[in-house]
Design a protein around this ligand. Sequence first.
Ligand SMILES: *Cc1c(COP(=O)(O)O)cnc(C)c1O
Length: 462
Amino acid sequence: MRYISTRGLAPACNFEQVLLTGLAPDGGLYVPETLPEFSRQEIASWSGLPYDQLAFRIIKPFVNGEIPDDVLQSLISDSYKDFSHPAVAPLRMLGVNEWVLELYCGPTLAFKDFALQLLGRLLDYVLIRDNKKVAVLGATSGDTGSAALEGCRHCKNIDLFILHPYQRVSEVQRRQMTTVPGDNVHNIAVRGNFDDCQRIVKTAFGDQSFLPSDRQLVAVNSINWARIMAQIVYYFYASLNLGGPLRPVSFSVPTGNFGDIYAGYLARAMGLPVKQLIIATNKNDILHRLISNNEYSLGELEPTLSPSMDIMVSSNFERYLFDLFDRDADAVTAFVTGLDKAPQHLDDIRWKKARELFSSLGVDDKTTCEMIAEVYKETGFLIDPHTAVGIKAARVCNQDTSVPMITLATAHPVKFADAVTKAGLENPDLPAHMQDLFEREERYDILDNDIGEVTRFLRKHL
Ligand SMILES: *Cc1c(COP(=O)(O)O)cnc(C)c1O
């Protein structure tokens, strides 16, 4: 298995190389040259496996023998052993053929723990083995930061720098990042929005000359292939627990950077019978506008009650475009870079192809709150605003009610008190391991929205 760039101008890499980097040197994202495919029989034979053993089977072909099997299995098992539910990713029934997959049983209460617990362990293993040190640099709209810090803070060979948009993440989210102890942990609040943070990170990755010569940057955003890889697993797991692969299932995925839903797209391409994939967005709905209207254009980024999806340009969409454009890297580059100058459109055949695969919906804040209240009234189950966006989209876009529809519940509601209060409901208590969150000491630096300031800060702290 080799990995190639969506922009076509970077050399192919092995697994360790994609793990230890971010964007490809040509500005593209790495994707596997060929996807592993599993037969229905093989998938069926995995039914009843515990989460970590299923994960090993799905992840193994991507790692390509570069980590011994027994080590890989133990890194995976360790990653999920402290999740608060024995199923790791439990399914909950809301109604007839209506399910949610609870992906918030990890240490930071959002689905990002699935990828980042594993990423931290994979990095730790290869860095110690190769006697290397790296700097992790990431931008977060809220949940990535804490999950990355939790996943990597014990790695002696990593210094962590996490950028978040100043005053645009929830208080719980901020405290989850800024109270993480350790000399290798640095939180930076940037005076700007998430896209500004993401731009700084991209620029820093593009020119790493500011780093000491024995260091390189590693990405923890979903541009890092290993994150996507880890997320493919729970699509298989959910299906297997609902009668798959003998019958298809559908997924509704609250998405911002297109990372989570891209993992679902890959699961389908690897052989999992998936009927519908629904892109659920908030008012920052560039993907919904493309799918529904064939218009891919920039807009104003609007803060919403589902801040982890407040993203204008979804980086991982480029990985899907690479397939949609039949792996024509020049066409991908033109489409993606053209967006800065003018709205982009797909030709009719490609637009139709995208629409056959994906449905989409943009959900505003008012509807999000109504959904939180409605689901609570129907079932007594309290959902977070991202999950609410997903359930709304699932209900509106569902094309076949005889197929189980699974919404990914991406975060615990305690992380988004604002939305829960606005829905007229009472906030749940912090889980036991976070009881003293509001008493812990916070540490972070506030920097201007300026690449030079950020790179100087890194240089100083390495
Ligand atoms: C990150 C995040 C999302 C969006 O995930 P993508 O990788 O952008 O698809 C949705 N919900 C929550 C709670 C998140 O933290």
